[in-house]
Design a protein around this ligand. Structure first.
Ligand SMILES: Nc1ncnc2c1ncn2[C@@H]1O[C@H](COP(=O)(O)OP(=O)(O)OP(=O)(O)O)[C@@H](O)[C@H]1O
Ligand SMILES: [Mg+2]
Length: 362
C-alpha cells in the first residue's frame, strides 16, 4: 500500500483492450509501488479480481504494467496445418500458444538443435512426424533418422530421397552419427578454405527418437557402442551449428546420464511434454513446470529465450504418408558404378555416400 499524506494511492487501470484471446489491462502504478511487487502477488491479485490465476499473465513495459486475462481455451486437439512459410524455409509450425497464436520453430534460427522430452504418450513421435513432414515437403535438408523402436515411428520417411540414413539398431545409429560427423568435418574444411564462418549450403538434420536407449547399465555389453554414440552426439551438438548440422533428440526418460551437461549446454531449445516428476522436467527445462502440465497429449512447454505453453498439431501417420507421397524417392535401380563403390571401396572422408546402407540392402 502506498499513501500520499492522508490519501491512499491505488493502481489505476489506464486502458482496456479486448482481443480474440481475452482482455488486456494497462495498469498505472502509484510512485513507490514497484511492478515486481504486483507480479510477485499475481495470484492474489487474480483472486481479488475474480479470475482464475492460471489465466492471468503480468509483465512490465514502458506503458505500465500489462495484465492479460486470457479467456481463450487451448484446444485439446489441434488439426495439422502447414504454416504459410513452411514450404520455403526451415521454419516449422509447432503449435498454438495460450492465446491461440501460431508458434514456429526455426531450424535456421539462433537455436538450431532441439531437445524433446516428456512421458510416454505425450506426443514426441507425433511432433517429430509433423516436423519431418514439413521439412521434407519444404527445402528438405539431408536427413538421418534414428528410430530404435524398430523403425515403426519414423519408418514412413525411410524411402524419401532426402533421407540419407535410417537407423533402427545401435550399430546403425553409430554409423549414421559417424557419417554426419564426417560430413561436419568436410564442411569445416571447406569453410576454412573459403574463410567463411557459417555453412550456407544444404543443412543436415540428425534425429534420434529415444535417447534413453543409449543409457548404459552395469555390465552392459553395448556400453562401448553407446558411449561412442554419445561422444559423437556431444561433438555434433557443440560444433554442428556453424556447419549446418542440426540435432533433434527425443526422450521419454530424461536422465542426467544421457543428457549430460555438455549436450544440454549446447541445445538451447527444448520442447517438453508432461513429465512424470519435477526432476525429469528440470533435466529438460531447468524448472519443474512440465510436471504440472495437464494430461493432454500434445500439450507442451516450448523453451527458447522464454517459455510458452503450446498445443502441438496432431498429424496421423496416414495423413503424413499422403502429404509426402509425391516427394522424390530413393532410386531403386543403382548404377553399376554406385554398387561397385559400395562393395569395393570404403568412402573417403569428405565423399561419403550416405545412401550406402540402403544400397546394400537392395
Ligand atoms: N498433438 C497431439 N494432439 C492430440 N493427440 C496426440 C498428439 N500427439 C500425440 N497424441 C496422441 O498420443 C498418442 C501417443 O503419441 P506419441 O506416440 O507421439 O507419444 P510419445 O511421446 O512418442 O510416446 P513414447 O515415449 O511412448 O514414444 C498418439 O497416438 C495420439 O493418439
Ligand atoms: Mg514415441
Amino acid at each position: 500500500m502506498v499513501t500520499y499524506g492522508a490519501d491512499l494511492a491505488l493502481p489505476s487501470v489506464n486502458k482496456t483492450d479486448t482481443f480474440p484471446w481475452g482482455v488486456r489491462l494497462i495498469v498505472g502504478l502509484p510512485v513507490g509501488l514497484p511492478s515486481q511487487k504486483m507480479i510477485d502477488n499475481q495470484r492474489a491479485i487474480a483472486e481479488a479480481i475474480r479470475v482464475d490465476p492460471d489465466n492471468v499473465e503480468m509483465r512490465y513495459t514502458n506503458d505500465g504494467l500489462i495484465v492479460d486475462i486470457i479467456t481463450f481455451k487451448m484446444p485439446m486437439k489441434l488439426a495439422y496445418q502447414f504454416g504459410p512459410s513452411s514450404t520455403s524455409t526451415y521454419r516449422v509450425f509447432t503449435g498454438v500458444n495460450r492465446r491461440g497464436e501460431p508458434r514456429y520453430y526455426d531450424f535456421d534460427g539462433s537455436y538450431p538443435h532441439l531437445l524433446i522430452g516428456g512421458i510416454s504418450g505425450g506426443g514426441k513421435s507425433v511432433l517429430l512426424r509433423s516436423i519431418l513432414t514439413q521439412l521434407a515437403t519444404g527445402p528438405a535438408p539431408d536427413m538421418y533418422l534414428c528410430d530404435l523402436k524398430e523403425g515403426v515411428e519414423l519408418g514412413i520417411f525411410r524411402d524419401l530421397a532426402c533421407v540419407k540414413g535410417f537407423a533402427s539398431t545401435l550399430p546403425d545409429v553409430k554409423n549414421a552419427a559417424d557419417e554426419v560427423d564426417v560430413e561436419m568435418k568436410r564442411r569445416y574444411a571447406i569453410m576454412a578454405a573459403n574463410g567463411s564462418q557459417q555453412w550456407t549450403g544444404k543443412k543436415t538434420i540428425l534425429v534420434v527418437d529415444e535417447l534413453a536407449d543409449f543409457k548404459t547399465r552395469a555390465g552392459d555389453p553395448e556400453a562401448k557402442l553407446k558411449n561412442e554414440i554419445k561422444t559423437t552426439l556431444t561433438r555434433l551438438s557443440a560444433k554442428g551449428r556453424a556447419a549446418g548440422i542440426i540435432l533433434v533428440l527425443a526422450t521419454q526418460r530424461p536422465s542426467a546420464d544421457v543428457i549430460d551437461g555438455l549436450i544440454k549446454t549446447n541445445i538451447a531449445a527444448s520442447i517438453c511434454f508432461r513429465t512424470r516428476d519435477g526432476i525429469q522436467s528440470r533435466i529438460v527445462l531447468d524448472h519443474d513446470g512440465a510436471a504440472s502440465l495437464p494430461d493432454v497429449p500434445g500439450r507442451l512447454i516450448y523453451q527458447t529465450a522464454y517459455d510458452e505453453t503450446l498445443q502441438a498439431p496432431y498429424l496421423a501417420a496416414d495423413e503424413a504418408r499422403k502429404l509426402i507421397a509425391d516427394l522424390p524417392k530413393k532410386t531403386v535401380v543403382q548404377t553399376e558404378e554406385e554398387i561397385r563403390h559400395v562393395t569395393n571401396d570404403k568412402p573417403h572422408a569428405g565423399e561419403v555416400n550416405p545412401m550406402d546402407g540402403d544400397i546394400i540392402e537392395l
